[in-house]
Design a protein around this ligand. Sequence first.
Ligand SMILES: [Zn+2]
Length: 212
Amino acid sequence: MGTASQELSEWIDGFLFVANLPILDLLNTKPVLADGPSELLSDVRALERWLIASEMVSSTKDKAVVRSWRNSVEAEGFLKHLIAFRERLRDAVLLIERGMLPSDAFLSEVNSLLLQYPRHTSLRKRDGKLTRETFVEFRKPADLWTPIVDATADLLTETESSRIRKCESCVIHFFDTSKKGSRRWCSMNICGNKLKVAAYQRRKHAGSKSVE
Ligand SMILES: [Zn+2]
């Protein structure tokens, strides 16, 4: 029931969003589909769509800025670097999922990006009070590191590591937000049903054997 709408919400603009955290869904931009591993961040246009779908870039103004980089060589350079970073982040997440910490080399890389692309802070009047708010200013494609590395830092420090998990039957990673913390699959539609059917068939097969 409601499977169709659930299925729809898992894919936004051609990208998979099943992780509950956009930074983990960055890893999921290279899923293994029926015909093998598939690079969904295939070009700058695709990157732009992912940044918007993931809400890494969310304001109307920022979306317009990012769209203006469609033919930018610098944006292409950023995408290449991001894809390489994604694979190092994947290694770090695989370690976390085994109860370990990411490598020192990866931490150095994250720290260096945090220094180069920090969030800015400003004071604003809100409801008769002053509040301190952080924001990102996209002036050049490399500034896209700011939300990426900020989300990475959150993932590494603020996120319950025992709930960061890989699907039991595919390469998709997710953050388990279920009450019991017992989520095993990327999605019921993608792997859950497949595994349930397989388990049912195994049981059926075992059952018919024992009868014989
Ligand atoms: Zn899966």
